[in-house]
Write a protein of this length. Structure first.
Length: 451
């Protein structure tokens, strides 16, 4: 009985040892994440984050004649919430009336002053012309008296007759001079009245123009749509407290939601890959289940530096081909731009690539062991990288270095292979880059260039 008891204990120990061995070996295998070398088409992609905007939109303008009344900036006193749907003619915003109200009061004071001046000029002119008419009438009577005196002196001595004739001529000249002076005074009076009337009318027009502009300080929607706040030069939205100026008096926008654009920025490293006409896969962060397709329509030629960033980026606009009522301006998008496709090449996950002493290598499984294998890599995307030399289709690589990885042997490629694959691929003679041109990389592989 004692012997059987020891046998059972010994068997249990052996069984536990076997179980522990398998558990530990499974645990070690679980740490070795293995990937198989793939062969096929390899997409070269540029992934960016963007923001939805409408391709076209109706601008909601503030007052149109601010420059004419010398008001250069106006503050937005109130505006409806961003994203509000409005009908045509419905209230959108109101602007601060302080400056224009003060200008209207000053102009009203000026109008009163000019009106008083016009009344005074009219009275002075009336008095002056009345006096001139009275003088003209008196001279006319004096002239008639001289004529009667001359008629009565025909029996007088010649000297007396001559004296009466001289008096008559003087009266005639005085009357004619008075007539000319009256005409000149009348013209002068007309000019004075025209001058003060012109000043008054000018001030009246200015006052009426200010009143018309004041009526535009309540901003209304030009048509039905969704009101979207406009962004100023630094990217901030224009809302309550913001100012609009006389040269750019846009208060908000009514976007056309039937055609949407993803506005994004590509860094200076990748911008050379992006061309107009390239296909794009678009995802919406708010609706992960929704997928859209698009096409690059604009690529900026000049880079810019975004706020709070040191990197230079280039603006790229992507037109979304599909229409969906859920798409709204300012939604965040994930854009995957397909810049080219390399066909018939080998690729592995980018995590499997390691570097040491300027040598690029992978941890390749060789039967039951692992070796460090030098490789020549090509282009990459966000997840994978092309292997131009060093691996075959049936090879497997580790994504995580194994234990004591530094002691593993390093398989070096021949120098002539490294030199051959370091050369950049070139186009055949008499062939220009264009749609569906291919560049030979090695036997069985080519790169497709897409516009």
């Amino acid at each position: 009985m004692i012997r059987k008891k020891y046998l059972y204990v010994f068997a249990a120990i052996i069984l536990l040892t076997i179980v522990a061995y398998f558990l530990l070996s499974n645990g070690n295998k679980g740490q070795q994440i293995i990937a198989k070398v793939k062969k096929g088409d390899f997409p070269i992609e540029v992934t960016t984050t963007g923001e939805l905007i409408a391709k076209s939109s109706e601008k909601i303008y503030g007052p149109q004649a601010l420059r004419q009344i010398q008001i250069w900036q106006v503050k937005i006193q109130d505006i409806i919430p961003d994203g509000t749907v409005v009908d045509s003619g419905q209230y959108v915003a109101s602007l601060d009336r302080t400056e224009i109200s003060n200008k209207i009061k000053d102009e009203e004071t000026n109008l009163e002053k000019l009106e008083s001046q016009m009344t005074k000029t009219r009275l002075d002119t009336s008095l002056e012309l009345r006096s001139a008419r009275d003088e003209l009438i008196n001279l006319k009577y004096a002239l008639e008296e001289k004529k009667i005196t001359l008629d009565q002196s025909k029996y007088e001595p010649p000297a007396t007759i001559r004296q009466v004739q001289i008096e008559l001529e003087k009266s005639q000249r005085a009357f004619e001079q008075a007539e000319k002076n009256y005409k000149l005074r009348f013209q002068k009076a007309e000019a004075n009245m025209q001058e003060v009337s012109a000043s008054y009318n000018q001030a009246k027009r200015k006052h009426d123009q200010m009143s018309d502009v004041l009526n535009q300080f309540n901003v209304l929607a030009p048509k039905a749509g969704m009101v979207i706040y406009r962004r100023n030069w630094d990217g901030n939205k224009i809302g309550i407290g913001s100012t609009i100026n006389a040269w750019d008096n846009i208060v908000a926008e009514l976007p056309d939601l039937s055609e949407m654009i993803s506005k994004t920025y590509v860094n200076e490293i990748d911008i050379s890959k992006v061309k107009v006409g390239q296909e794009v896969q678009i995802g919406i962060d708010a609706f992960p289940e929704k997928k859209f397709t698009g096409k690059v329509t604009e690529v900026a030629n000049i880079g810019e530096q975004l706020q709070n960033s040191n990197a230079k980026v280039y603006e790229v606009r992507i037109l979304i081909k599909e229409f969906d009522s859920i798409l709204r301006p300012a939604m965040t998008t994930k854009n995957t731009i397909l810049t080219s496709i390399v066909t018939g090449v080998l690729s592995i996950p980018i995590e499997a690539i390691f570097n040491a002493d300027s040598v690029t290598f992978v941890y390749k499984k060789d039967g039951g062991s692992v070796v460090r294998q030098q490789v020549v890599v090509g282009q990459s995307n966000d997840n994978e990288i092309i292997i131009r030399a060093g691996l075959g289709v049936d090879n497997e690589v580790l994504l995580v270095p194994p234990e004591k990885a530094e002691k593993l042997s390093l398989e070096i490629l021949p120098k002539e292979i490294i030199a051959r694959y370091k050369e950049k691929p070139t186009l055949p003679k008499n062939q220009k880059p264009g749609k569906n041109n291919s560049i030979k990389l090695n036997p069985g592989s080519s790169i497709i260039l897409k516009k």
